[in-house]
Design a protein around this ligand. Structure first.
Ligand code: TRP
Ligand code: ZN
Length: 469
């Protein structure tokens, strides 16, 4: 590998010199073929994670082939990434934390690979033309790491008693595959998992095949709808799995650690009923599979809305949190934040889904939850649309004040228009990305009136206002 990298770099340097002579290095005028590209940006300037994601291309599909040995914790993998160039590219970056890159190629030709922090830079032998669809193949291996976030929570690759689980919000997916790990670049996925026979491996979407040979079991998981990389998951270990279908024919696959399977079964059995209830308010379920993964408590401290198959530690598996993670399938997973500053669009809606559950199933009007949230000082630390720093993204103002914003809209426009607004928002940006500005413009469009007070006071205001009546 070393010598090959040097050889390829040598060639690239020669080309650059040649480009310098003809004056084409600045991209102006003379096209001498293959040397007009510039490097893609190393980050997408997310307000909280400026280096997350990469510029110059857009991933359309990830084909990940992962072999994991739970005993040693070692991962041996290949990522095949199909992308479209958004500019003439001389080099481009992928986000990858830890692990070793064993080889890299672009469209079958070896590419020079270099690492700096979480940035993997690939320099293809030939420049990639703007608009071209190209395929990057990266073989990599090692022991994937657990990432500790600014708020102290753990994500990335988490080892469990009998395996591991991958959680990627907000930046953890770079711990197990190279990619464009910003929520704005969504793609379809095929994830192939190979584990020792007797161990199971679960991922997102639909399992399209499973076979055992030579003491290893390989399963293939297909995500047909676009997915932000933070929602990709893998769970390896022993699981009690249940396969069924909803009345509308949606495949359901639940997997629970055998130690907690009996305890989790009654709630998991409610998934079809809860989805049918949510479809009435949010519109058609956006994906072609559903289910859940339940781990023993302690493995991960929180539930996560991983696409089609949210992950729960047992102590987070309550009706409210199940409703919350299922609501994220519409709000967060299908309609994905443009940047991490728009996190309240995920959490405000998911918490509001809990308030609707209380209203429809427990006779507690959302107004009661609104008033409780309003009264709690902890929810007023900062405005939901402006978390001060990365460590605040999961704090109560994002969740509870996010939901309060929605309730204020409901108070202003009435139940009927509010329901139209919820389903309409999910429909307008289905399988896309949306920003807070998109939402405020949309809400005013549906409301047919100026909602400036809601935005100024509830979304962006620093102070708790007078209690509305
Ligand atoms: N976003 C997740 C949810 O609301 C929860 C979550 C993910 C979280 N990462 C976290 C909560 C870190 C606290 C800390 O379903
Ligand atoms: Zn949430």
């Amino acid at each position: 590998m070393e010598s090959r990298i040097r050889a390829v770099l040598g060639a690239a340097t020669a080309l650059l010199l040649l480009a310098g002579c003809t004056g084409a290095a600045d991209g102006g005028g003379v096209d001498i073929g293959g040397v007009r590209g510039t490097p893609g940006a190393a980050g997408l300037r997310d307000p909280y994670f400026p280096k997350l994601g990469n510029g110059g291309y857009d991933v359309t599909h990830y084909a990940l082939d992962l072999a994991y040995d739970p005993r040693s914790g070692r991962l041996d993998a290949t990522a095949m990434i199909t992308a479209r160039a958004g500019q003439d590219l001389s080099a481009f970056n992928l986000d990858l934390a830890g692990l070793t890159v064993d080889s890299a190629a672009v469209d079958g030709a070896p590419a020079a690979a270099s690492r700096a922090g979480n940035e993997l830079t690939l320099r293809p032998r030939e420049d990639i033309d703007k608009g071209a669809v190209f395929r990057t193949t990266i073989a990599y291996s090692g022991t994937p790491e657990t990432i500790t976030d600014a708020d102290g929570s753990k994500e990335g690759w988490l080892r469990t008693e009998d395996g591991a689980v991958a959680l990627g919000q907000p930046v953890g997916s770079m711990a197990w595959f190279p990619g464009n790990h910003h929520p704005s670049d969504k793609a379809t996925y095929d994830i192939t998992l190979t584990v020792p026979q007797g161990t199971q491996a679960i991922s997102n979407g639909v399992r399209t095949s499973e076979r055992t040979a030579n003491g290893r079991t390989t399963s293939v998981w297909h995500s047909a709808e676009p997915m932000a990389s933070y929602l990709a998951t893998v769970a390896v270990g022993r699981y009690t799995t249940k396969v069924s279908a909803t009345p509308s024919g949606l495949p359901v696959l639940t997997a629970a650690d055998p130690v907690v399977a009996a305890k989790s079964a009654p709630l998991l059995a409610r998934i079809p009923e809860l989805l049918a209830w949510q479809e009435k308010t949010f519109g058609p379920y956006p994906f072609s599979a559903t289910g859940a993964i339940v781990e023993r408590t302690g493995d991960a401290g929180y539930a996560l809305e991983t696409q089609t198959r949210p992950v729960f530690p047992l102590d987070s598996l309550t009706a409210e949190i199940l409703v919350h993670e299922l609501a994220h399938q519409w709000f967060g997973n299908s309609v994905t934040p443009a940047t991490w500053q728009d996190m309240w669009l995920n959490e405000g809606f998911a918490v509001y889904a809990e308030w609707l559950y209380a209203e429809d199933f427990e006779n507690t009007p959302a107004q009661v939850n609104f008033e409780t949230a309003f009264a709690a000082d902890i929810n007023w630390a900062f405005p939901p649309a402006r978390p001060p720093a990365a460590e605040d993204l999961f704090d109560p103002p994002v969740y509870q004040r996010g939901a309060m914003v929605l309730h204020r809209i409901r108070q202003r426009v009435g139940d009927r228009t509010f329901r139209e607004l919820l389903a309409g928002w999910a429909a307008r940006h289905r399988h896309g990305n949306a920003s807070t500005a998109d939402f405020t413009a949309y809400a005013e469009e549906v409301a047919g009136e100026d909602l400036g007070e809601v935005w100024d006071v509830w979304l962006y205001g620093d102070e708790r206002p007078r209690r509305p009546n």
